[in-house]
Design a protein around this ligand. Structure first.
Ligand code: SME
Length: 150
């Protein structure tokens, strides 16, 4: 694991094992630290094939999201990170905030179980690079390691 300032700051914030506290802290941290983002938050997998809105920063958001819909649903179904340069070109994208143009969604998988996804939106097309994917996936791995995901 590359030990960046990001990693160390998040590591210091995740000082409980409580998922509510850690998701709230992580969404606030990313929202206030990443440039050009207008929404950062978690969707939880509490009902089969449905994502429920969890702690987030930004405008009130769409809820619930079935696995069959949107970038979040695709990340949940495929269990693979989705990096979308322009959501207008993504079939089935769910526009919670019409200002959003680029999106990054990372599935949070614990063992065989999909616990939820982390969703990050930007008003700037092509906001998220391959390096951003690597960073955010690494931070998600740290979050999973440091949190009791129930
Ligand atoms: N745009 C997402 C929905 C969630 S909001 O962006 C907060 C999607 O297409 O899944």
């Amino acid at each position: 694991m590359t030990d960046t300032l990001f990693d160390r700051q998040l590591d210091a914030l995740l000082d409980t094992r409580d998922w509510v506290t850690n998701t709230a802290q992580m969404s606030a941290f990313l929202f206030n630290t990443l440039s050009d983002v207008n929404w950062v938050g978690f969707y939880l997998h509490r009902t089969p094939s449905v994502l429920s809105l969890g702690p987030f920063q930004g405008k009130p958001a769409c809820n619930p999201i079935p696995f069959s819909k949107g970038v979040c649903g695709k990340a949940a179904t495929m269990r693979q990170t989705q990096r979308v340069d322009d959501v207008h070109s993504f079939p089935g994208h769910i526009a919670c905030d019409e200002a959003s143009r680029a999106e990054l969604v990372v599935p949070l998988v614990v063992g065989d179980t999909l616990w939820g996804v982390l969703d990050i939106d930007s008003p700037r097309p092509e906001r998220f690079s391959v390096d951003d994917v690597e960073l955010i996936e690494r931070l998600c791995a740290l979050f999973i390691e440091r949190t009791d995901l129930i």
